[in-house]
Design a protein around this ligand. Structure first.
Ligand SMILES: Nc1nc2c(c(=O)[nH]1)N[C@H]1C(S)=C(S)[C@@H](COP(=O)(O)O)O[C@H]1N2
Ligand SMILES: [Mo]
Length: 327
C-alpha cells in the first residue's frame, strides 16, 4: 500500500524543508499575480490535507490507480550508458505515480494521479510544423516505430528540490528529430502539450504548456522521447502517451503529453519563462550554485524518503552534456 498521506513534511509549516519550498513556489506565483488563490484553496493548503480531500471527493481509489500493473507492459532493451555512480535506489513506482507536477490538472502534486485519471491518451497524434520537411498530423504508432524502445534509468530533479530515479522507456529524441528533417536554418524546436478542458481544470494559468530546446540539445543522445516507465506504458499523470525526459535540466523542461512540435529559426519562449524569466531561464540546466529566490538548490530530497543528497551540476550528467554549454 503506498504511503500517500502520511508524510509529515507535507503537513509541516516549516520554511526549512524542500516541501515548504514547493509551497513557497506557489506563494511566489500568487505574489506575481499568476495564481488567484481562493479562500477555499488557501484553506486546503493551510490544513495540508487537500490531496486526501480531492481523492475522497473524486472517488479515487489509490490501490487501483497507483498500481503500475494496470498499464500495458512494454518490451525494451536496457541501455546502461548513462548509469551514474554511486547508484541510487529506484524510486518506487507508487511514489512516481503519486507525486507529480502537471499544473494543467492542479497545483497540488499529490492530487494529479486522481484528477488525471480520465485524461484520454488513445488515439493520439502529433502535429509537426515549421522549418522541417515533415508537415502535418502523424499518429502515435508511426512515431513509436522510428527506433526500438530502450529502458534507461535517469535521475529527475525538480526545481522544487525533490528528485526521483526512474526506469523510463523510450528512444533518443534525435531519431524523431531526424525523421522530421529540420531545414538547415532551423535552430530550435518547440513542444506544446495537449490541453483537454474536460479534465484539465486548473484555471489559474493560460494553457497549453509549452517548452523548447536548442536543436543541438534536442539531438543529444541523452534526450529521451519517452512512452513508458517501470516496464509499462506511461500513466496519464506522468505524461502519457509521449513526453520528454531531459535529466540534466530542471524537471519543467521535460514536457508531458506532447501534442505538437514546431521547428524554428530562433529561440522560442517557454511556459515558466513567460511567468518569470529570471527564475526559469530557457536553458535551465541543473545548477546547485544558483539558488532559487526562495530556496537553495544545493541539495534535493529523494521522493518517498526523507533523505537529502547533494545536487550535482547538470544533475550528474556533466560528463556527457557540459560541452554543449562551453561556447
Ligand atoms: N505539460 C506539462 N508538462 C510538465 C509539467 C506540467 O505542469 N505540465 N510539469 C513539469 C515539472 S515541473 C516536472 S518536475 C515534471 C514532473 O514529471 P513527473 O510528474 O512524471 O514526475 O514534469 C514536467 N512536465
Ligand atoms: Mo518540477
Amino acid at each position: 500500500m503506498p504511503k500517500l498521506f502520511s508524510e509529515p513534511w507535507y503537513r509541516s509549516n516549516s520554511r526549512v524543508t524542500p516541501e515548504s519550498s514547493f509551497r513557497t513556489r506557489r506563494e511566489f506565483l500568487r505574489d506575481l499575480g499568476v495564481l488567484g488563490i481562493t479562500g477555499l484553496v488557501a484553506a486546503q493548503w493551510g490544513c495540508g490535507h487537500s490531496e486526501k480531500l480531492i481523492a475522497v471527493e473524486e472517488g479515487c481509489n489509490e490501490s487501483d490507480l497507483l498500481d503500475i500493473t494496470r498499464f500495458d507492459a512494454l518490451n525494451a532493451t536496457q541501455n546502461q550508458t548513462y548509469a551514474l555512480a554511486p547508484a541510487r535506489a529506484l524510486t518506487s513506482s507508487s511514489d512516481a505515480l503519486s507525486h507529480n507536477n502537471f499544473y494543467e490538472f492542479s497545483e497540488d502534486p499529490k492530487s494529479i494521479w486522481c484528477l488525471s485519471r480520465n485524461f484520454q491518451t488513445k488515439p493520439w497524434s502529433v502535429n509537426i510544423s515549421g522549418a522541417c520537411e515533415k508537415q502535418g498530423d502523424f499518429n502515435l504508432e508511426s512515431i513509436l516505430t522510428l527506433s526500438p524502445p530502450e529502458e534507461r534509468v535517469y535521475r529527475h530533479r525538480c526545481v522544487e528540490a525533490w528528485a526521483m530515479t526512474v526506469p523510463w522507456i523510450g528512444y533518443s529524441l534525435r531519431h524523431f528529430i531526424d525523421w522530421c528533417a529540420p531545414t538547415n536554418d532551423a535552430t530550435h524546436v518547440r513542444f506544446v502539450s495537449a490541453f483537454d478542458a474536460s479534465t484539465m481544470k486548473n484555471v489559474n494559468f493560460i494553457w497549453p504548456y509549452y517548452e523548447g530546446l536548442r536543436l543541438d540539445e534536442a539531438r543529444h543522445d541523452l534526450a529521451l522521447l519517452a512512452t513508458g516507465m517501470y516496464g509499462r506504458e506511461l500513466s496519464p499523470q506522468n505524461g502519457a502517451p509521449l513526453r520528454l525526459v531531459l535529466p540534466w535540466k530542471y524537471g519543467y523542461k521535460s514536457i508531458k503529453s506532447i501534442a505538437s512540435v514546431e521547428f524554428l529559426k530562433a529561440e522560442p519562449s517557454t511556459f515558466w519563462r513567460d511567468i518569470d524569466q529570471n527564475e526559469y531561464p530557457f536553458l535551465s540546466n541543473v545548477d546547485p550554485t544558483r539558488p532559487h529566490t526562495f530556496w537553495s538548490q544545493e541539495t534535493e530530497r529523494l521522493l518517498g524518503t526523507t533523505d537529502r543528497v547533494p545536487t550535482l551540476p547538470y544533475n550528474g550528467y556533466g560528463e556527457w552534456v557540459a560541452y554543449l554549454y562551453s561556447g
